[in-house]
Design a binder for this molecule. Sequence first.
Ligand SMILES: Cc1ncc(COP(=O)(O)O)c(C=O)c1O
Length: 447
Amino acid sequence: MQEATTVGRMWNPSLYIGSIVQDPQDRVAILPPRIKESMPSPEPKPGEAGWLYRVLEPWYSRECVDNVMQAMLGGQISSGAAWPRRFAEQICQLYGVPVALPTSSGASALHVALLACDLGPQDHVLVPALTMVAVANMVKMVGSRPLYCDNAPGSLNPGTEEILKRATPRTKAVIVCHTYGVACRDIEAIAELCRDRGWWLVEDICEAMGTRADNGKLVGTFGDFAVSSLYANKQITAGDGGWVHAREKKHHDRLKSLINHGFDPAYHFLHFETAPNAKMNGLGAAFVCSQVKELPGIMQHRGHLAAWYREQLSDVPELRCMEQRQNDSPWVFGVETRDRKTRDALRDHLALHGIETRNYFYPLHLEPVNFYGNDVGVYDIVLPVAEALAQVGFYLPTHSFLERQDVIYICSRVKSFYQSATEATPAPRSLGWADVERSKLLERDEQ
Ligand SMILES: Cc1ncc(COP(=O)(O)O)c(C=O)c1O
């Protein structure tokens, strides 16, 4: 007999429903009302002219391209080249840690960090509900069960209380995400809690490289492990890529083996455990190496963007700006409307004027994958703060090419939505402007 749940259950769950139900409309048609009513609307399309402002833009310089060329000319293209080692040294220096290993992505970095925690099917891992799906996926990849935590009231991250509420005797690890580059306000207390309980603490800084906690310390220095992403929409980028770092030297050899098929340092073809290939290639490492020194400047600019957005939106009472912490330089700048309908209409209005935005995450406990996987006890819990934020939150263009005039223009379009009598400022840019700015960075100094 099936148990009754608040959202209903599937009788014959499929492992990958997309292979059977190919029409996207059909895939959502059978979802329970609670998911259907709260799931994100289809993404807004740009007006006829296309996107004038993308939500994020990759930023890189001539030096990145020259390094890649040098790597190619010297045959230094694989994970065994000098470039990944050089990049790892820079990360060790930046975070003051003895161990850093470049990886193929943020997700693969998280995968190996969780493997290094020796998690198994009996273990529970506490994760935020409002984060990117890779966090839950990687917990499932190591065979453990993610337990989703609500956001603390008024915060983009769970606090100690929300974590304790979901803790079980089988809890073995906690993942803190510093969502959108806003430092988790309870990170010090959570680190202490993990030490007391003997839980691993993994900081996922995929959205928060260079972010500082309220006490001024870089996030990624509180946990046993930290993982980051170098995907093209991140502060610095290798196109795709990431890294894992650890606070204690003892983790070096295990992590090194875990990113590399489980190769053993002493016996080349003896494998003592099953492991992925999660290594970063030499070209990606060459590309990102010279960007590490730019990170403080990039984060300072993010701080300016946040201050400009807050200043320009201060006279829009209908809109709440994202959580502001002591060190306010988020990866992306988020705003929250009063209700879902207004959020969607405002995003449509901005898209019509070529301004791309992105919704806050859809909470992971409500993802259709749980329903199709018949993961009872996951999709039928209620996490009110995360669920409410997902309905009203979205983020505005936030990247290294934006200047104050751009923020003023974007905000004038926001204001013209709420106050139809208000004239928007003329756009200071024309189509393709970010590509022009990027190509200026790529020009060779000819002297
Ligand atoms: C919090 C979080 N964790 C993990 C990832 C996965 O990183 P990647 O896309 O490099 O695999 C992301 C990606 O943006 C993320 O936002």
